[in-house]
Design a protein around this ligand. Structure first.
Ligand code: NAD
Length: 343
């Protein structure tokens, strides 16, 4: 079976491809333009596998995307490529419009052309899986129920608005052009190999280096955290067994305030390293509160009942063990984040 993964050099995409390649019957084509967020070590690692190929293409390049679809003839498409950092979407929104909206359009277009050329038998198994975020639902108000698949979209940042737009396009291509699609909206991921601009890897790598650990506002924003491998397990269930036209929410049932999360990472560092080497009494002394991000959502909370009941998925990793594994990975892989990740 041929599967196109877009954004396979990114944090979640690389973890996904690593798992997909465990199945020798799959041929994976990774389409990634290798932006600053790409993990070049993952590309080197996968290159050794005969079931893997790579194409350095910008997904918004319609002609190049159409050509590669004709050549590779995918049975499934898993679309993860995106500009994903909210702060960058505020300073430079155009990249988010180009990649997240126009890039998704270009993939839908190529998928439709390809789908229409398939035999009836091949058509029944084709799916375009769009990987999206819970941020499309916007801020969680005090008396709201956790976001379900029926919650109205209300994005607040250019990032979440661009992802919401792409979700709408994907749904419209299903309703209008009968393209078999499935959408998943996931909460915040953490784990090995995440680019250091995001909260958890930034906290860990700054602690390792004895650098200030910034927290937006008063740090009371609440996020639901999911270990990346649990997200990957959910994506595999959805791409194989998800019902065309449906949306599945994926969450960790693991809501934590940012300040508590950072304090917990500092507590773990206090047990691993002598903070005195950094001329501080505890790693918590490195925390600095910085001006809040504009439009910063206070809370996200996601209801995963549908995927749990229909596809029998549940997160396996407990947060305490997941965060320890993640910290250890950044300690053991300093050359990875030093070499590739100069922001
Ligand atoms: P990431 O930023 O780590 O990786 C994105 C990848 O996409 C990079 O390899 C980059 O080179 C590639 N890319 C960017 N623009 C491209 C373009 N125009 N053409 C081709 N490739 C391009 O992102 P991630 O954290 O792995 O997230 C992957 C997907 O999952 C995104 O769609 C994101 O919205 C979604 N998601 C992420 C999280 C999270 O917590 N990280 C949570 C829910 C959903």
């Amino acid at each position: 079976m041929n599967i196109i993964v877009t954004g396979g050099a990114g944090f979640i995409g690389a973890n996904l491809i690593r798992r997909l390649l465990e199945d020798q019957s799959l041929f994976i084509l990774n389409i990634d333009s290798l932006t600053y967020a790409a993990n070049l070590n993952a590309i080197e690692e996968f290159d050794k596998n005969k079931n893997y190929s790579f194409a350095k293409i910008d997904i918004a390049d319609k002609k190049a995307i159409e050509k590669i679809f004709r050549e590779f003839k995918p049975d499934k498409v898993m679309h993860l490529a995106a500009e994903s950092h909210v702060d960058k979407s505020i300073s430079n929104p155009i990249d988010f419009i180009n990649t997240n909206i126009l890039g998704t359009y270009s993939l839908l277009n190529a998928s439709c052309e390809h789908f229409n050329s398939l035999s009836d038998q091949k058509k029944t198994s084709f799916i375009f899986h769009h990987i999206s975020t819970d941020e499309v639902y916007g801020d969680f108000e005090k008396n709201d129920d956790p976001f379900t698949e029926k919650t109205a979209y209300s994005p607040n940042s250019p990032y979440s608005a661009s992802k919401a737009s792409s979700d709408h396009l994907v749904r419209a291509w299903h309703s209008t052009f009968n393209l078999p699609i499935v959408i998943s909206n996931c909460s915040n991921n953490y784990g090995p190999g995440q680019f250091i601009e995001k909260l958890i890897p930034m906290t860990i790598t700054n602690a390792i280096q004895g650098l200030p650990i910034p927290i937006y506002g008063d740090g009371t924003q609440i996020r639901d955290w999911l270990y990346v491998d649990d997200h990957v397990r959910a994506l595999k269930k959805i791409v194989y067994f998800g019902k065309p036209g449906e949306t599945y929410n994926i969450g960790g049932s693991n809501e934590i305030r940012n300040i508590d999360l950072v304090n917990e990472i500092c507590n773990i560092f206090d047990t691993l390293h002598s903070a005195k080497n950094k001329e501080i009494s505890s790693f918590k002394d490195l925390i600095v509160f910085v001006n809040d991000r504009p439009g910063h959502d206070k809370r996200y909370a996601i209801n995963s009942d549908k995927i749990e009941q229909e596809l029998k998925w549940k997160p396996k990793e407990d947060f305490n063990s997941g965060i320890k594994k993640t910290i250890q990975w950044y300690i053991d892989n300093k050359s990875w984040w030093h070499r590739d990740q100069q922001i």
